[in-house]
Design a protein around this ligand. Sequence first.
Ligand code: DX5
Ligand code: ZN
Length: 219
Amino acid sequence: MKMIAASILSADCTKLGEEIKRVEEAGVDLIHIDVMDGHFVPNITMGPFVVESIRKITDLPLDVHLMIENPIFFVEDFIRAGADWISVHVEGEKHLERVLSKIRSKGKKAGVVYNPATSIEGFEFIEHVVDFVLIMTVNPGFGGQKMIEPVLKKVTMLKERYNLEEKGIPVEVDGGIKVENIKKVALAGADIFVSGSGIFKSNDYRTTVEKMRRIISEI
Ligand code: DX5
Ligand code: ZN
């Protein structure tokens, strides 16, 4: 099952509720929420308070991408706020197995994220506590960046090396995905496609999401 996640980082925050409704009507499968702390990445965005508000206006799963240091201190707050999927960076957590286990123990989906320059070496040591993998195709911190295409090879490598298809562990790809390049991402083997500016900066969200879905389904 291929899924499309709308990253609200590129939405118009003055009318966030309407923006979420519009992408929901456009047919996206997940709402992707980018949490940044100004330490792990050079930007600050939103916290549990915003997630809690979003939870009240949509039934879509909330896919919370934590770009923060010491995520172990915050996962419970995000779960209480209504997060369904929570992903943590390998680069931001010294005790990765512990934080992933904690997310799982609360009945939520635990994801591990790899920055563009990070190797997937050692995945076998955390695989047992992973529900999904997120591969970054931009250096995290900002929406609207250009995709680093050579990183797509990592998606193919990861899926093949660890037989993720058979194990039912989906691979999400995040960064610079648009109608124009989503085919390459699908060909690399992605299961979940995050798009921020590709959707929110387009004129018609529904047409954009439909085009994306058509391209993905043809692969
Ligand atoms: C980058 C974020 C992404 C980003 C995606 O730090 O994790 O989710 O908002 O936005 P686009 O699709 O515009 O690259
Ligand atoms: Zn993200």
